[in-house]
Write a protein that binds this ligand. Structure first.
Ligand code: X8Z
Ligand code: ZN
Length: 610
């Protein structure tokens, strides 16, 4: 695993040491003193080290990504074994570099270099200890968890795509419960593996000098880990009153639909009734909870079907939005290499993702697209990742990522906020733009997706932070999970959970170790981006009617932020686009202000809270 650039650098350092020792002897002073002096590395050494690491990881990154791509597109015992082997090798290499980076801890260095040295450690998502056996075991566990999730089936043999459809469309609570509990049969087998992974990864974090893995994840926001926790809480505090109003109204409508035996009037909402497998976004129950007097008058899923859209057209439509902003079209290889339609005859990881394999132009998405409004949004979400990746491709290795994780998740979503009726009419997906009478309906639709998501976006990592710091032990994993679901979302398990249940494992990002606070942050940032973009465009109407479609001037400013990647701390990137350096939930509140007034009027005689 030794890398040639670093080997050369070491040899040169040895040679200069010999020269120095010799010159010391010639000068008649003590060789030991000079050796000690020269052994301490200087800023130039640190710079050369970082450059060599960046070069090496860039070169090896292509193969690592190809292996991961093949596995995710063709899941078998063999590709799981291959991915585990490469993962273990790459983790060992990264851990070795992180250990070497410690040499430069005491040096006074320019901020960019110091930040890159920090990234050498923090860039390891789940670190392993230097001990090879633990590293290998963890890589095998991770490949296995990932594969268990991707290939999971309920007792009737239904996959997640089929169960998702039931959750979205059924209004029969028994059928919903069966799908909900059915999917959760895939995860009990994950629990012990997950617990062992936590143990090994924490050992790895300790070797790198961190108290636990959760602390590492919170350290990726250009501020101390504890400050970031407080920042996330502050943002949640800003938007919580809006969420609470939505939860209260939705609960009352579900109570009307299903009755007191299924949904109480004052407790948490059973998790199987919200139109989504994880109750994380609720757009699919609009028909039951939307304002009766203010319907936007269209259903995007129906419009897409009516227009005869196929999977590729869904993606083409997303590309067209980005090119309208002045971005270059996707390369030909995007179309020949992406996975857009679920294959019939092999196991793939259907959870949508966006890739850049060579850190240049080999951008691709992988998703089992359905012709639904939900996936129309997801297509734009994924392309946001790809256009970001391509915009920052000229940056150095450690800067080829989002300003923070939340930025990466917010780019495509910002475009989604521009999918307005006015836009849909322009691209031929809608005949008539609804009048202002439909505004509450439009806002409710958006709130069911975006506001409902906020507490879920936060609690996923609240759970993991407690798991990684040892507050939650494996016997309490599931109890702790439901305590957080109830606390933040006001959502409860629809049936008592078995002792062996491991419900967090039934959500993609847990078995795949994808940190999740990024999505919470993105759901704040995208409204800040949208508001600023609409101001730049000179749009003076309500935010939910503003679209930046076709606006090349806004596109150029957006691109300027994207091109920066992570080359500067995120407040600089934010300032470059919107002129302020703070994350702020008030853009969310402004966007939904008319809906909040309406919700509070609806809730006037209801007992809110849970
Ligand atoms: O995982 C995703 C994307 C890929 S980064 C499809 N999202 C989160 C989820 O599905 O749970 C997007 C929204 C939240
Ligand atoms: Zn994403």
């Amino acid at each position: 695993m030794e890398n040639t650039g670093i080997k050369k650098e070491k040899m040169m350092r040895k040679a200069s040491l010999i020269i120095l020792v010799l010159s010391g002897i010639l000068a008649g002073c003590s060789a030991e003193v000079d050796v000690a002096k020269e052994a301490a590395p200087n800023a130039a050494d640190a710079k050369a080290f970082v450059a060599a690491v960046e070069k090496d990881l860039t070169e090896r990154g292509l193969f690592e990504a190809q292996v991961a791509w093949v596995n995710a597109n063709f899941i078998t015992e063999d590709t799981n074994a291959i991915v585990a082997k490469v993962d273990a090798e790459m983790t060992a290499l990264r851990v070795k570099y992180a250990g070497e980076a410690k040499k430069y801890n005491e040096l006074e260095l320019e901020p960019v270099l110091r930040r890159k040295l920090e990234s050498i450690k923090l860039g390891i998502n789940v670190p392993a200890p230097s001990n090879a056996a633990d590293n290998k075991e963890m890589a095998q566990i991770n490949a296995s968890l990932s594969s268990l999730y991707a290939t999971g089936k309920d007792p009737k043999g239904r996959n997640l795509g089929e169960l998702t459809k039931v959750m979205a469309t059924s209004r029969n609570h028994e059928e919903l419960l069966e799908a909900w509990t059915g999917w959760r049969t895939v995860s009990p087998v994950m629990r012990d593996k997950y617990a062992r992974m936590v143990e090994i990864a924490n050992k790895g974090a300790n070797e790198l000098g961190y108290p636990d893995v959760g602390y590492m994840w919170r350290s990726k926001y250009d501020m101390p880990a504890d400050d970031f926790r407080a920042e996330a809480d502050r943002l949640w505090g800003q938007v919580k009153p809006l969420y609470d109003s939505l939860q209260c109204h939705v609960r009352a409508k579900l109570n009307d639909q299903y009755g007191d035996d299924v949904v109480s009037k004052d407790g948490p909402i059973p998790a199987h009734l919200l139109g989504n497998m994880w109750a994380q976004s609720w757009g699919n129950i609009y028909d039951m909870v939307g304002p009766e007097t203010s319907d936007a008058g269209y259903n995007l899923t129906e419009q897409l079907i009516k227009a005869g859209f196929d999977e590729k057209q869904m993606v083409k439509s997303g590309e067209n939005f980005f090119t309208s902003l002045g971005f270059e079209p996707l390369p030909e290889t995007f179309w020949s290499r992406s996975l857009i339609t679920k294959p019939r005859d092999r196991e793939v990881a259907c959870h949508a993702s966006a890739w850049n394999l060579d850190s240049k132009d080999d951008i691709r998405i992988k998703m089992c697209t359905t012709i639904t409004a939900e996936d129309f949004d997801t297509v734009h979400h994924e392309l946001g990742h790809n256009f970001y990746q391509r915009a920052y491709k000229h940056q150095d290795y450690y800067h080829r990522t989002g300003a923070n994780g939340g930025f990466h998740e917010a780019i495509g979503d910002t475009v989604v906020l521009s999918i307005t009726p006015e836009y849909l009419k322009q691209v031929g997906l809608l005949d008539n733009v609804p009048s202002a009478d439909g505004d509450l309906g439009l806002l409710m639709n958006r709130a069911l997706e975006k506001v409902a998501f906020l507490p879920f976006g936060l609690l996923m990592d609240q759970w993991r932070w407690q798991v990684f710091n040892g507050e939650l032990t494996p016997e309490n994993y599931n109890k702790g999970w439901w305590a957080l679901r109830e606390k933040y979302q006001g959502v409860t398990a629809p049936v008592a959970r078995d002792g062996d249940a491991f419900d967090p494992g039934a959500k993609y990002h847990i078995p795949n170790n994808v940190s999740y606070t990024r999505y919470f942050i993105a759901h704040i940032l995208q409204f800040q981006f949208h508001k600023a973009a609409c101001e730049m465009a000179g749009d003076t109407g309500p935010l939910h009617r503003c679209t930046i479609y076709g606006n090349k001037e806004v596109g150029a400013k957006f691109n300027a932020m994207l091109e920066m990647g992570a080359s500067k701390p995120w407040p600089d990137a934010l300032e470059a686009f919107i002129g302020t350096r703070e994350m702020d939930g008030s853009a969310v509140l402004e966007y939904f202000a008319p809906l909040k007034t309406w919700l509070d009027a609806q809730n006037k005689d209801r007992q809110c809270g849970w």
